[in-house]
Design a protein around this ligand. Sequence first.
Ligand SMILES: NC(=O)c1ccc[n+]([C@@H]2O[C@H](COP(=O)([O-])OP(=O)(O)OC[C@H]3O[C@@H](n4cnc5c(N)ncnc54)[C@H](OP(=O)(O)O)[C@@H]3O)[C@@H](O)[C@H]2O)c1
Length: 324
Amino acid sequence: MGSTPSFPRVSIPKDNISVVTGGNTGVGYHTAKWLAMMGGTVIIACRSEERAKQAIEQMNKEFEEEKEKKTTGIVDYDQLNVEFMSLDCNSLKSVISFVEAYKSSGRKLHKLFCNAGIGQQDKLSYTEDGHEQIFQVNYLSQFLLVSHLLPLMKASGPDCRIILVSSIGHLFAHFDPVDVELKKYSEPECKSDKLYQNSKLCQIMQMYRLNEVLKDTNVTVFSLHPGTVRTELLTTFKRGMMKYVISMLETVGASKSPFEGAWTSLNAGINPELAGVRDVYFSDSKPTTPASAARNKSYQAALWDYSIECLKGYLPDDILSGLQ
Ligand SMILES: NC(=O)c1ccc[n+]([C@@H]2O[C@H](COP(=O)([O-])OP(=O)(O)OC[C@H]3O[C@@H](n4cnc5c(N)ncnc54)[C@H](OP(=O)(O)O)[C@@H]3O)[C@@H](O)[C@H]2O)c1
């Protein structure tokens, strides 16, 4: 796919803070590493402390190599400012613990990359909160995270951004406003790609609705497809249409390295030309029109109401009022 960077190399102040969920590997790893190499402070919100610490060590090793190569656009710090904080999107309680820990750190928050995700699963699973696992990990838990961090982002100064890492797979989703989690599906059907595709559709609908709620604020929301990226998640697609499409793309050499896969997230997060811009879904860094279901306002409203209903025990009035 070539190696010319397709994101602007900007200088990010050290006190400009990003949270990257799932920043320990794949697209999130390279997003976090480059944000830090351009000068920012980055929190990788991950479920395994060990994997996160190994990732931070690896980022610093690669940073040293980039400095030796005299790569342009990177800082000359001794160490990258990357830290781990615990977050498991399988659990709403874990999201709340993350939020409490983050708030008590006294930090601002400028960029929130909702990147953590899981792909196709071998069996239908429900979380401790009673939600279908892919729906909760890819969408619902990160909706809760966004909701609780919004007040902080609103108070963090100009040009704060939320980046929802979705997928082109949303094009094949079937949204059902009365069965948002597809609970009617039987075990064999749920082994298909549908649950993943629907979770990714939900993220794009969330972008539109959040932008509406945030229209007079300093916080903007983008969603995106990073491309077909050779990561752990890609290997989970063992059945169905996604597997077929992925193998075709790989056969013709149209898949990307994880670094290339981070370009679209980085562009959405830091490109100065996107300050104040709303409602853009990027595919490979290009503004693209998502599926009509994603743009359907009554679907967006149904999803929003359902999400708030699912999370009602976790959304106190002050947080809820920020979502209206
Ligand atoms: N790869 C592609 O071709 C592709 C295409 C379209 C969209 N995407 C999207 O890109 C995003 C990043 O995926 P990737 O390809 O980089 O996959 P990846 O390499 O498998 O990374 C996924 C990340 O999500 C984290 N994660 C999984 N479950 C979690 C949980 N319960 N709580 C917190 N973090 C969790 C993983 O942490 P662990 O290391 O602990 O598992 C990992 O850091 C996903 O949202 C995915 O849907 C990817």
